[in-house]
Design a protein around this ligand. Structure first.
Ligand SMILES: *Cc1c(COP(=O)(O)O)cnc(C)c1O
Length: 466
Protein backbone atom coordinates (compact mmCIF):
# COMPACT_ATOMS: atom_id res chain seq x y z
CA UNK A 1 0.00 0.00 0.00
CA UNK A 2 1.20 3.49 -0.86
CA UNK A 3 0.32 6.73 0.86
CA UNK A 4 0.12 10.27 -0.44
CA UNK A 5 -0.60 13.72 0.92
CA UNK A 6 -4.07 15.26 0.58
CA UNK A 7 -2.30 18.31 -0.91
CA UNK A 8 -0.34 16.34 -3.46
CA UNK A 9 3.16 17.29 -2.30
CA UNK A 10 4.03 13.79 -1.07
CA UNK A 11 3.36 10.83 -3.31
CA UNK A 12 3.89 7.14 -3.00
CA UNK A 13 5.52 6.56 0.38
CA UNK A 14 5.16 3.32 2.33
CA UNK A 15 3.33 2.55 5.57
CA UNK A 16 6.31 2.97 7.92
CA UNK A 17 7.23 6.33 6.37
CA UNK A 18 3.62 7.49 6.55
CA UNK A 19 3.45 6.64 10.25
CA UNK A 20 6.75 8.27 11.19
CA UNK A 21 6.09 11.38 9.06
CA UNK A 22 2.85 12.17 10.94
CA UNK A 23 1.84 15.43 9.29
CA UNK A 24 2.81 15.37 5.59
CA UNK A 25 5.80 17.57 4.79
CA UNK A 26 3.62 19.75 2.50
CA UNK A 27 1.25 20.52 5.39
CA UNK A 28 -1.40 18.04 4.23
CA UNK A 29 -2.46 14.74 5.77
CA UNK A 30 -1.42 11.30 4.60
CA UNK A 31 -4.04 9.03 3.08
CA UNK A 32 -3.87 5.55 1.53
CA UNK A 33 -3.69 5.58 -2.28
CA UNK A 34 -6.59 3.14 -2.43
CA UNK A 35 -9.04 1.47 -0.09
CA UNK A 36 -9.27 -2.32 0.01
CA UNK A 37 -12.76 -3.73 -0.58
CA UNK A 38 -14.26 -6.13 1.93
CA UNK A 39 -16.87 -8.45 0.35
CA UNK A 40 -19.82 -10.23 1.96
CA UNK A 41 -17.96 -13.53 2.50
CA UNK A 42 -15.10 -11.69 4.23
CA UNK A 43 -17.51 -9.75 6.44
CA UNK A 44 -19.15 -13.00 7.48
CA UNK A 45 -15.76 -14.55 8.29
CA UNK A 46 -14.52 -11.44 10.14
CA UNK A 47 -17.61 -11.40 12.37
CA UNK A 48 -16.30 -14.59 14.00
CA UNK A 49 -12.90 -13.16 14.93
CA UNK A 50 -11.62 -11.84 18.24
CA UNK A 51 -10.75 -8.13 18.37
CA UNK A 52 -7.04 -8.94 17.98
CA UNK A 53 -7.55 -11.34 15.06
CA UNK A 54 -9.79 -8.81 13.38
CA UNK A 55 -7.20 -6.05 13.86
CA UNK A 56 -4.65 -8.22 12.08
CA UNK A 57 -6.98 -8.65 9.09
CA UNK A 58 -7.97 -4.97 8.92
CA UNK A 59 -4.34 -3.78 9.19
CA UNK A 60 -2.80 -6.23 6.72
CA UNK A 61 -3.69 -4.55 3.39
CA UNK A 62 -2.68 -1.13 4.78
CA UNK A 63 0.66 -2.34 6.12
CA UNK A 64 1.41 -4.37 2.98
CA UNK A 65 4.60 -6.39 3.13
CA UNK A 66 6.43 -3.87 5.33
CA UNK A 67 5.91 -5.83 8.55
CA UNK A 68 5.88 -9.65 8.55
CA UNK A 69 2.49 -11.06 9.55
CA UNK A 70 3.78 -12.73 12.72
CA UNK A 71 5.49 -9.53 13.87
CA UNK A 72 2.30 -7.57 13.25
CA UNK A 73 0.31 -10.15 15.19
CA UNK A 74 2.72 -9.85 18.14
CA UNK A 75 2.47 -6.03 18.07
CA UNK A 76 -1.32 -6.23 18.17
CA UNK A 77 -1.39 -8.80 20.95
CA UNK A 78 0.98 -6.74 23.07
CA UNK A 79 -1.04 -3.56 22.45
CA UNK A 80 -4.34 -4.97 23.71
CA UNK A 81 -3.03 -7.21 26.50
CA UNK A 82 -3.36 -4.28 28.94
CA UNK A 83 -7.10 -3.83 28.36
CA UNK A 84 -9.24 -4.85 31.28
CA UNK A 85 -12.06 -6.38 29.22
CA UNK A 86 -11.48 -9.71 27.40
CA UNK A 87 -13.31 -8.39 24.30
CA UNK A 88 -11.20 -5.18 24.32
CA UNK A 89 -14.13 -3.08 22.98
CA UNK A 90 -17.37 -4.79 24.06
CA UNK A 91 -20.86 -3.81 22.92
CA UNK A 92 -23.35 -3.59 25.78
CA UNK A 93 -27.09 -2.90 25.94
CA UNK A 94 -27.37 -0.31 28.68
CA UNK A 95 -28.98 2.97 29.60
CA UNK A 96 -31.63 2.37 26.95
CA UNK A 97 -29.05 2.32 24.14
CA UNK A 98 -26.52 0.06 22.47
CA UNK A 99 -23.06 1.18 23.61
CA UNK A 100 -19.64 0.36 22.21
CA UNK A 101 -17.36 0.71 25.24
CA UNK A 102 -13.97 1.98 24.14
CA UNK A 103 -12.61 2.87 27.58
CA UNK A 104 -11.18 -0.37 28.94
CA UNK A 105 -7.57 0.61 28.22
CA UNK A 106 -5.00 1.82 30.78
CA UNK A 107 -6.10 5.48 30.83
CA UNK A 108 -9.85 4.79 30.60
CA UNK A 109 -10.43 6.74 27.38
CA UNK A 110 -10.83 5.60 23.79
CA UNK A 111 -7.52 7.11 22.65
CA UNK A 112 -5.80 4.09 24.23
CA UNK A 113 -7.12 1.86 21.44
CA UNK A 114 -4.95 3.69 18.93
CA UNK A 115 -2.08 4.94 21.12
CA UNK A 116 -1.26 1.58 22.69
CA UNK A 117 -0.73 0.24 19.18
CA UNK A 118 1.10 3.35 17.97
CA UNK A 119 3.61 3.13 20.84
CA UNK A 120 4.45 -0.48 20.06
CA UNK A 121 4.60 0.25 16.35
CA UNK A 122 7.07 3.12 16.83
CA UNK A 123 9.26 1.01 19.08
CA UNK A 124 9.27 -1.82 16.53
CA UNK A 125 10.15 0.48 13.61
CA UNK A 126 12.93 2.24 15.57
CA UNK A 127 14.46 -1.06 16.65
CA UNK A 128 14.38 -2.36 13.11
CA UNK A 129 15.29 0.73 11.09
CA UNK A 130 17.37 2.58 13.69
CA UNK A 131 16.91 6.13 14.87
CA UNK A 132 15.23 7.77 17.81
CA UNK A 133 12.00 9.59 18.32
CA UNK A 134 11.28 12.32 20.83
CA UNK A 135 7.62 13.08 21.25
CA UNK A 136 6.54 16.55 22.31
CA UNK A 137 2.91 17.41 22.89
CA UNK A 138 0.58 19.70 24.81
CA UNK A 139 -2.54 18.38 26.46
CA UNK A 140 -5.66 19.75 28.09
CA UNK A 141 -6.43 16.35 29.57
CA UNK A 142 -7.03 12.97 27.93
CA UNK A 143 -4.56 12.87 25.09
CA UNK A 144 -1.47 13.42 27.21
CA UNK A 145 -2.04 10.44 29.47
CA UNK A 146 -2.97 8.15 26.57
CA UNK A 147 0.25 9.17 24.77
CA UNK A 148 2.34 8.64 27.91
CA UNK A 149 0.86 5.20 28.51
CA UNK A 150 1.36 4.36 24.84
CA UNK A 151 5.14 4.90 24.93
CA UNK A 152 6.18 4.47 28.59
CA UNK A 153 9.25 2.28 28.85
CA UNK A 154 9.66 2.01 25.06
CA UNK A 155 13.22 1.85 23.76
CA UNK A 156 14.37 4.71 21.52
CA UNK A 157 11.50 7.02 22.53
CA UNK A 158 11.36 9.93 24.96
CA UNK A 159 8.08 11.72 25.60
CA UNK A 160 7.59 15.30 26.82
CA UNK A 161 4.04 16.29 27.66
CA UNK A 162 3.17 19.86 28.62
CA UNK A 163 0.03 20.56 30.60
CA UNK A 164 -1.23 23.84 32.09
CA UNK A 165 -0.36 23.71 35.79
CA UNK A 166 -3.45 23.41 37.96
CA UNK A 167 -5.78 23.60 34.99
CA UNK A 168 -6.37 19.93 34.23
CA UNK A 169 -8.50 17.81 36.55
CA UNK A 170 -6.63 16.24 39.50
CA UNK A 171 -7.21 12.73 38.08
CA UNK A 172 -5.95 13.76 34.66
CA UNK A 173 -2.85 15.37 36.15
CA UNK A 174 -2.08 12.33 38.31
CA UNK A 175 -2.60 9.97 35.38
CA UNK A 176 0.34 11.68 33.74
CA UNK A 177 2.62 12.56 36.62
CA UNK A 178 2.51 9.19 38.37
CA UNK A 179 4.13 7.44 35.40
CA UNK A 180 7.73 7.20 36.59
CA UNK A 181 9.41 5.50 33.62
CA UNK A 182 12.73 7.13 32.72
CA UNK A 183 11.53 8.09 29.23
CA UNK A 184 8.47 10.04 30.47
CA UNK A 185 8.87 13.77 31.14
CA UNK A 186 5.93 15.79 32.43
CA UNK A 187 6.14 19.55 32.28
CA UNK A 188 3.58 21.72 34.09
CA UNK A 189 3.70 25.16 32.50
CA UNK A 190 2.62 28.15 34.51
CA UNK A 191 -0.05 29.28 32.06
CA UNK A 192 -3.05 28.10 30.07
CA UNK A 193 -3.50 25.24 27.61
CA UNK A 194 -3.17 27.76 24.79
CA UNK A 195 0.23 28.81 26.17
CA UNK A 196 1.34 25.16 26.24
CA UNK A 197 0.12 24.58 22.72
CA UNK A 198 1.77 27.74 21.42
CA UNK A 199 5.09 26.62 22.90
CA UNK A 200 4.84 23.22 21.22
CA UNK A 201 3.91 24.78 17.89
CA UNK A 202 6.85 27.14 18.11
CA UNK A 203 9.23 24.25 18.83
CA UNK A 204 7.92 22.34 15.81
CA UNK A 205 8.25 25.37 13.55
CA UNK A 206 11.92 25.69 14.56
CA UNK A 207 13.04 23.22 11.88
CA UNK A 208 16.74 22.99 12.84
CA UNK A 209 15.75 22.27 16.46
CA UNK A 210 13.07 19.83 15.35
CA UNK A 211 15.43 17.92 13.07
CA UNK A 212 18.45 17.81 15.33
CA UNK A 213 16.37 16.59 18.26
CA UNK A 214 14.22 14.17 16.24
CA UNK A 215 11.01 15.72 17.45
CA UNK A 216 7.78 14.04 16.50
CA UNK A 217 4.10 14.17 17.41
CA UNK A 218 1.51 11.54 18.15
CA UNK A 219 -1.50 13.78 17.64
CA UNK A 220 -4.71 12.69 16.05
CA UNK A 221 -3.55 13.25 12.49
CA UNK A 222 -1.25 10.20 12.55
CA UNK A 223 -2.49 7.68 10.01
CA UNK A 224 -1.92 4.71 12.35
CA UNK A 225 -4.45 6.17 14.78
CA UNK A 226 -7.19 6.21 12.15
CA UNK A 227 -6.24 2.70 11.10
CA UNK A 228 -6.46 1.34 14.64
CA UNK A 229 -9.84 3.00 15.15
CA UNK A 230 -11.37 1.31 12.11
CA UNK A 231 -11.14 -2.05 13.83
CA UNK A 232 -13.87 -1.46 16.39
CA UNK A 233 -16.40 -0.43 13.77
CA UNK A 234 -15.97 -3.82 12.11
CA UNK A 235 -15.96 -5.51 15.50
CA UNK A 236 -19.15 -3.83 16.72
CA UNK A 237 -20.93 -4.55 13.46
CA UNK A 238 -20.08 -8.25 13.84
CA UNK A 239 -21.47 -8.35 17.39
CA UNK A 240 -24.69 -6.56 16.45
CA UNK A 241 -25.44 -8.04 13.02
CA UNK A 242 -24.44 -11.61 13.81
CA UNK A 243 -22.33 -11.45 10.64
CA UNK A 244 -25.30 -11.03 8.28
CA UNK A 245 -24.00 -8.79 5.44
CA UNK A 246 -27.59 -7.69 4.70
CA UNK A 247 -27.82 -6.08 8.13
CA UNK A 248 -26.58 -2.52 8.29
CA UNK A 249 -26.10 -0.68 11.59
CA UNK A 250 -25.72 3.01 12.39
CA UNK A 251 -23.06 4.61 14.58
CA UNK A 252 -23.25 7.72 16.71
CA UNK A 253 -19.81 9.19 17.35
CA UNK A 254 -18.88 11.94 19.85
CA UNK A 255 -16.63 14.11 17.69
CA UNK A 256 -13.92 16.69 18.20
CA UNK A 257 -11.04 16.34 15.77
CA UNK A 258 -13.05 14.16 13.38
CA UNK A 259 -10.60 11.26 13.73
CA UNK A 260 -12.92 8.72 15.22
CA UNK A 261 -15.90 9.34 12.94
CA UNK A 262 -13.58 9.46 9.93
CA UNK A 263 -12.40 5.92 10.78
CA UNK A 264 -16.06 4.86 10.60
CA UNK A 265 -16.45 6.60 7.26
CA UNK A 266 -13.48 4.69 5.84
CA UNK A 267 -14.80 1.40 7.21
CA UNK A 268 -18.05 2.06 5.35
CA UNK A 269 -16.19 2.88 2.14
CA UNK A 270 -14.38 -0.44 2.48
CA UNK A 271 -17.72 -2.21 2.46
CA UNK A 272 -18.87 -2.32 6.09
CA UNK A 273 -22.70 -2.17 6.11
CA UNK A 274 -23.25 1.15 7.87
CA UNK A 275 -26.62 2.87 7.47
CA UNK A 276 -26.12 6.26 9.14
CA UNK A 277 -23.00 7.81 10.63
CA UNK A 278 -23.89 10.47 13.17
CA UNK A 279 -21.45 13.25 14.00
CA UNK A 280 -22.31 14.17 17.59
CA UNK A 281 -20.88 17.48 18.83
CA UNK A 282 -21.29 19.71 21.84
CA UNK A 283 -21.80 23.46 21.58
CA UNK A 284 -18.60 23.65 19.52
CA UNK A 285 -20.64 22.65 16.51
CA UNK A 286 -18.60 23.61 13.44
CA UNK A 287 -19.12 20.11 12.01
CA UNK A 288 -22.86 20.09 12.64
CA UNK A 289 -23.18 23.44 10.91
CA UNK A 290 -21.06 22.12 8.06
CA UNK A 291 -23.34 19.13 7.46
CA UNK A 292 -26.43 21.35 7.65
CA UNK A 293 -25.18 24.18 5.43
CA UNK A 294 -22.20 22.99 3.39
CA UNK A 295 -20.19 25.82 4.94
CA UNK A 296 -17.21 25.14 7.21
CA UNK A 297 -16.48 28.25 9.26
CA UNK A 298 -14.97 28.62 12.71
CA UNK A 299 -16.54 30.75 15.39
CA UNK A 300 -14.48 33.45 17.06
CA UNK A 301 -13.77 31.32 20.14
CA UNK A 302 -13.88 27.86 21.63
CA UNK A 303 -16.71 27.32 24.12
CA UNK A 304 -15.94 25.48 27.34
CA UNK A 305 -18.39 22.64 27.86
CA UNK A 306 -18.94 19.61 30.09
CA UNK A 307 -17.38 17.44 27.33
CA UNK A 308 -13.95 19.14 27.19
CA UNK A 309 -12.26 16.61 24.87
CA UNK A 310 -14.62 17.88 22.18
CA UNK A 311 -14.01 21.60 22.81
CA UNK A 312 -12.28 22.02 19.48
CA UNK A 313 -12.66 24.67 16.87
CA UNK A 314 -11.10 23.25 13.72
CA UNK A 315 -11.23 19.48 13.30
CA UNK A 316 -7.74 18.38 12.34
CA UNK A 317 -8.80 15.25 10.41
CA UNK A 318 -11.42 17.06 8.37
CA UNK A 319 -8.97 17.52 5.50
CA UNK A 320 -8.89 13.77 4.92
CA UNK A 321 -12.63 13.73 4.41
CA UNK A 322 -12.48 16.65 1.98
CA UNK A 323 -9.92 14.70 -0.03
CA UNK A 324 -12.28 11.74 -0.40
CA UNK A 325 -15.27 14.01 -0.98
CA UNK A 326 -13.40 15.52 -3.94
CA UNK A 327 -12.41 12.11 -5.29
CA UNK A 328 -8.71 12.59 -4.60
CA UNK A 329 -8.41 15.98 -6.29
CA UNK A 330 -5.38 17.33 -4.35
CA UNK A 331 -5.34 20.68 -6.16
CA UNK A 332 -8.91 21.28 -5.07
CA UNK A 333 -8.12 20.36 -1.45
CA UNK A 334 -5.15 22.72 -1.49
CA UNK A 335 -7.33 25.54 -2.84
CA UNK A 336 -10.02 24.93 -0.21
CA UNK A 337 -7.50 25.17 2.63
CA UNK A 338 -5.91 28.27 1.17
CA UNK A 339 -9.43 29.73 1.12
CA UNK A 340 -9.93 28.71 4.74
CA UNK A 341 -6.72 30.45 5.73
CA UNK A 342 -7.55 33.63 3.83
CA UNK A 343 -11.30 33.95 4.35
CA UNK A 344 -11.92 31.74 7.38
CA UNK A 345 -14.34 29.47 5.56
CA UNK A 346 -14.86 26.64 3.11
CA UNK A 347 -18.06 26.61 1.10
CA UNK A 348 -19.13 23.57 -0.91
CA UNK A 349 -21.21 23.57 -4.08
CA UNK A 350 -24.72 22.07 -3.91
CA UNK A 351 -23.71 18.74 -5.39
CA UNK A 352 -20.91 18.12 -2.87
CA UNK A 353 -23.08 19.31 -0.05
CA UNK A 354 -25.68 16.71 -1.04
CA UNK A 355 -22.96 14.07 -0.80
CA UNK A 356 -21.99 15.26 2.66
CA UNK A 357 -25.60 14.89 3.77
CA UNK A 358 -25.66 11.38 2.34
CA UNK A 359 -22.44 10.54 4.21
CA UNK A 360 -23.33 11.96 7.65
CA UNK A 361 -26.04 13.02 10.02
CA UNK A 362 -25.01 15.62 12.58
CA UNK A 363 -26.49 16.75 15.86
CA UNK A 364 -25.21 19.04 18.59
CA UNK A 365 -26.07 18.75 22.27
CA UNK A 366 -25.98 21.60 24.76
CA UNK A 367 -24.61 21.10 28.28
CA UNK A 368 -28.18 20.96 29.57
CA UNK A 369 -29.02 18.19 27.09
CA UNK A 370 -25.81 16.36 28.01
CA UNK A 371 -26.74 16.38 31.71
CA UNK A 372 -30.30 15.38 30.88
CA UNK A 373 -28.98 12.40 28.86
CA UNK A 374 -26.66 11.23 31.66
CA UNK A 375 -29.69 11.36 33.95
CA UNK A 376 -32.00 9.53 31.52
CA UNK A 377 -29.48 6.73 30.92
CA UNK A 378 -28.92 6.36 34.64
CA UNK A 379 -32.62 6.28 35.42
CA UNK A 380 -33.15 3.58 32.79
CA UNK A 381 -31.04 0.92 34.48
CA UNK A 382 -28.32 2.57 36.56
CA UNK A 383 -25.83 2.86 33.67
CA UNK A 384 -23.57 5.91 33.92
CA UNK A 385 -22.11 7.52 30.79
CA UNK A 386 -19.39 10.12 30.59
CA UNK A 387 -20.48 13.51 29.20
CA UNK A 388 -18.86 12.85 25.77
CA UNK A 389 -20.67 9.56 25.49
CA UNK A 390 -23.90 11.26 26.54
CA UNK A 391 -23.57 13.71 23.64
CA UNK A 392 -23.48 10.70 21.28
CA UNK A 393 -26.36 8.88 22.96
CA UNK A 394 -28.41 12.05 22.80
CA UNK A 395 -27.68 12.42 19.09
CA UNK A 396 -28.85 8.85 18.43
CA UNK A 397 -32.27 9.29 20.04
CA UNK A 398 -34.98 7.84 17.86
CA UNK A 399 -32.61 5.61 15.87
CA UNK A 400 -33.24 1.98 16.74
CA UNK A 401 -30.22 0.57 14.89
CA UNK A 402 -27.57 2.85 16.40
CA UNK A 403 -24.41 1.82 18.19
CA UNK A 404 -23.21 4.70 20.38
CA UNK A 405 -19.48 5.01 20.94
CA UNK A 406 -18.55 5.43 24.61
CA UNK A 407 -15.30 7.39 24.52
CA UNK A 408 -14.34 7.65 28.21
CA UNK A 409 -15.03 6.02 31.54
CA UNK A 410 -17.52 8.19 33.46
CA UNK A 411 -15.30 8.34 36.57
CA UNK A 412 -12.84 10.52 34.61
CA UNK A 413 -15.55 13.18 34.46
CA UNK A 414 -17.24 12.79 37.81
CA UNK A 415 -17.89 16.49 38.25
CA UNK A 416 -20.35 16.45 35.36
CA UNK A 417 -21.71 13.08 36.43
CA UNK A 418 -22.37 14.35 39.97
CA UNK A 419 -24.05 17.42 38.57
CA UNK A 420 -26.38 15.17 36.58
CA UNK A 421 -27.26 12.39 39.01
CA UNK A 422 -26.02 13.51 42.41
CA UNK A 423 -23.30 10.87 42.71
CA UNK A 424 -20.06 9.96 40.96
CA UNK A 425 -19.20 6.79 39.08
CA UNK A 426 -16.94 4.30 40.90
CA UNK A 427 -13.31 4.44 39.77
CA UNK A 428 -12.14 1.64 37.46
CA UNK A 429 -9.21 -0.35 38.85
CA UNK A 430 -6.75 1.49 36.58
CA UNK A 431 -7.56 4.78 38.32
CA UNK A 432 -7.62 3.50 41.87
CA UNK A 433 -4.88 4.61 44.24
CA UNK A 434 -3.80 7.28 41.77
CA UNK A 435 -3.95 10.09 44.30
CA UNK A 436 -1.52 8.32 46.65
CA UNK A 437 1.15 7.40 44.11
CA UNK A 438 4.51 9.10 43.79
CA UNK A 439 4.67 11.84 41.15
CA UNK A 440 7.32 13.32 38.92
CA UNK A 441 6.87 16.59 37.08
CA UNK A 442 8.84 19.78 36.52
CA UNK A 443 7.23 23.21 36.75
CA UNK A 444 8.36 25.75 34.18
CA UNK A 445 7.39 29.27 33.20
CA UNK A 446 5.27 29.37 30.03
CA UNK A 447 8.10 30.36 27.71
CA UNK A 448 9.58 28.67 24.68
CA UNK A 449 13.12 29.18 26.02
CA UNK A 450 12.41 27.41 29.30
CA UNK A 451 10.84 24.39 27.64
CA UNK A 452 13.48 24.24 24.94
CA UNK A 453 16.35 24.18 27.39
CA UNK A 454 14.57 21.58 29.55
CA UNK A 455 14.23 19.30 26.51
CA UNK A 456 17.87 19.85 25.53
CA UNK A 457 19.09 19.20 29.06
CA UNK A 458 17.00 16.03 29.41
CA UNK A 459 18.02 14.59 26.05
CA UNK A 460 21.69 15.27 26.76
CA UNK A 461 21.34 13.49 30.11
CA UNK A 462 19.62 10.43 28.59
CA UNK A 463 22.20 10.24 25.83
CA UNK A 464 19.45 10.77 23.26
CA UNK A 465 19.42 13.69 20.84
CA UNK A 466 22.34 14.47 18.57
C1 LIG B 1 -10.53 12.74 21.97
C2 LIG B 1 -11.87 12.46 22.54
C3 LIG B 1 -13.06 12.63 21.76
C4 LIG B 1 -13.04 13.16 20.32
O1 LIG B 1 -12.44 12.28 19.40
P1 LIG B 1 -11.94 12.83 17.97
O2 LIG B 1 -11.24 11.69 17.33
O3 LIG B 1 -11.05 14.00 18.28
O4 LIG B 1 -13.15 13.23 17.20
C5 LIG B 1 -14.26 12.30 22.35
N1 LIG B 1 -14.34 11.86 23.62
C6 LIG B 1 -13.23 11.71 24.39
C7 LIG B 1 -13.39 11.24 25.81
C8 LIG B 1 -11.97 11.99 23.88
O5 LIG B 1 -10.88 11.85 24.67
Amino acid sequence: MHYLSTRGGVTSIGFADAVTMGLATDGGLLVPAELPRVDAATLRAWSQLSFQELALEVFTPFVGDEIPREDLRALIDRSYAGFSHPEVTPVVEAGGARILELFHGPTAAFKDVALQFLGNLFEYLLARDGGEFNIVGATSGDTGSAAIYGVRGKAGIQVFILHPKGRVSPIQARQMTTVLDDNVHNIAVEGTFDDAQRIVKTLFSDLPFKRSHHLGAVNSINWARILAQMVYYFYAWGRVSGGDPERAVSFSVPTGNFGDVFAGYLARRMGLPVRRLVIATNRNDILTRFVDSGIYAAESQVHRTLSPAMDIQLASNFERYLYFLHDGDCARVRALFEGLREHGRIELDAERHARVRADFDARAASDAETLEQIRASYEHDGYICCPHTAVGVHAARGMDDAVCLATAHPAKFNEAVEQAIGRGAPLPSSLQGLMEREQRCVDLPATVEAVKSEIERTLAATGAGA
